[in-house]
Write a protein that binds this ligand. Sequence first.
Ligand SMILES: Cc1cc2nc3c(=O)[nH]c(=O)nc-3n(C[C@H](O)[C@H](O)[C@H](O)COP(=O)(O)OP(=O)(O)OC[C@H]3O[C@@H](n4cnc5c(N)ncnc54)[C@H](O)[C@@H]3O)c2cc1C
Length: 509
Amino acid sequence: MSRVAIVGGGLSGLAAAYALSRRAAEPWRASGAAPDVVLIERAARFGGKIHTARRDGLIIERGPDSFLARKPAIRALIHALGLTDMLAAVGPEGRGSYIWHAGRLHAIPEGLSAGIPTRLRPLFATSLLTPRGKLRAALDLVISRGPEGDESLGAFLERRFGHEVRRRIAEPLLAGIYAGDVDRLSLMATFPQFKNLERAHRSLLLAMFRARRAHPAASTSPRYGASAPDPKTHLPFAGGAEALPPWPEAVRGSTFLSLKGGLADLVEALEKALEEGGTQLVRGVGVQSVRRDGEVYRLILDDGATIDADALILAVPPTEARRLFGAGGAPFDALAASTAYASVANVALWFDERVMHRLPPGSGFVVARGEGRRIAACTWTTRKWPHTTPPGQALFRLYIGGAGDDTAERLDDESLIALARAELQATLGIAEAPVGALPTRWLGAMPQYAVGHLDRLKALRKALAETLPGVFVAGSAYDGVGLPDVAESGRRAAEAVQRYMESVKGDRR
Ligand SMILES: Cc1cc2nc3c(=O)[nH]c(=O)nc-3n(C[C@H](O)[C@H](O)[C@H](O)COP(=O)(O)OP(=O)(O)OC[C@H]3O[C@@H](n4cnc5c(N)ncnc54)[C@H](O)[C@@H]3O)c2cc1C
């Protein structure tokens, strides 16, 4: 019997295991050719950065709190796992948010797509920009295309919309996703749709104007790339050719979605399905090293046990993948060296619900850089995700750190809580002592795709095929950091393993 080993039990490793599991890969299983699957996670729990704490009746997300609804991979996974009844949409009072600039909150102008303006009128009306900044932004309509090839996200934003839109609007919104420095992040690895629109239409504002004219129904919520056809029309995690159903009516229209019991619902459902499907789940012990022994990869675990596998999915960052192979890990060098990792922290604070009456409408704010604040963002979680909070309480989450800010690394728990409380008082005037507080630190957790990332990734996959056949990578260090991208990365790695194992078997026949 052949075996596939998956190293790392975050969402990418879990999704890869699920795609290979009996339930999902039924036709392959039925043919008798499918391998055994073992998933190995160093921590005591699966989920990696997905980490839900259930405390005082509250659902506190210590890592991600939601996912982008429009991406198909996560929809497929949630349907296949039967979790659609558990979906939670953004609360009716949670729509709309702010940017902290010049000592106060400014409503985020309407018509932004991924932080980039799509309409001129709300841009001209916003209090975030000076008249000069507004005129500069409108120049997007007339300036010519930029250079071919990759560039930094910051350079692109500055070039098309000018300094003010970049610094005060786009950067705080986009940087939040990567906890990153937009001057180092690769445009092609983060928001390639912007570059593609520039290529096709020259001006991004013009591109959106044309898209709205062609599809007037979509005009209330224009989105870059929305007119591109969705390539996934089937339910890839179910193994068959079923159509991918839409989200249930009750949650449709919410840009982000979560799960009523917290995102840990997804992890728990995956674990259950994997266990039932016969996947071997190993937790609480990591892989120490990997040795190639003829056609087999031998995994040596932290406790000295060994596992032999015919193919490997490394759902861990390239630095860790490189370490596992020792001298044989040269293919990972370039990506490992070019990808920095930012450290972040967040602090959940909960209060008596009466503090909510003092908040403006909406669900939180992000902070532009250089504004003298020590937080990057603050979410009024109760408003945004009502399912997280029982009656009588009010839950907030404050975000700290990111690229170029080592606060998350320096401060202990008490200092993080004190910082969060001081910032809540300075920005929203909430001076009361919280009922409870939960700080979470994620050190070196947020990969920063540098300019040229996609080329280095392609070279890595090519080098692996040539020098370590049967070894594949998946996860947030490679194919996108959002949960849907991470799930899709795992699914694709599973597909690559299936293709590889079938080709090896064909060669041996
Ligand atoms: C604070 C925070 C908020 C976020 N918010 C959002 C959000 O709201 N929405 C969203 O879409 N995304 C969000 N993200 C991003 C998203 O959570 C991550 O990109 C995603 O969870 C990463 O999944 P992964 O499987 O690639 O890696 P991980 O979750 O990091 O999993 C990797 C796993 O590998 C294990 N491992 C490492 N080495 C070994 C070894 N040698 N042997 C065995 N196991 C090993 C680790 O213990 C870990 O569990 C957020 C991230 C953070 C940190």
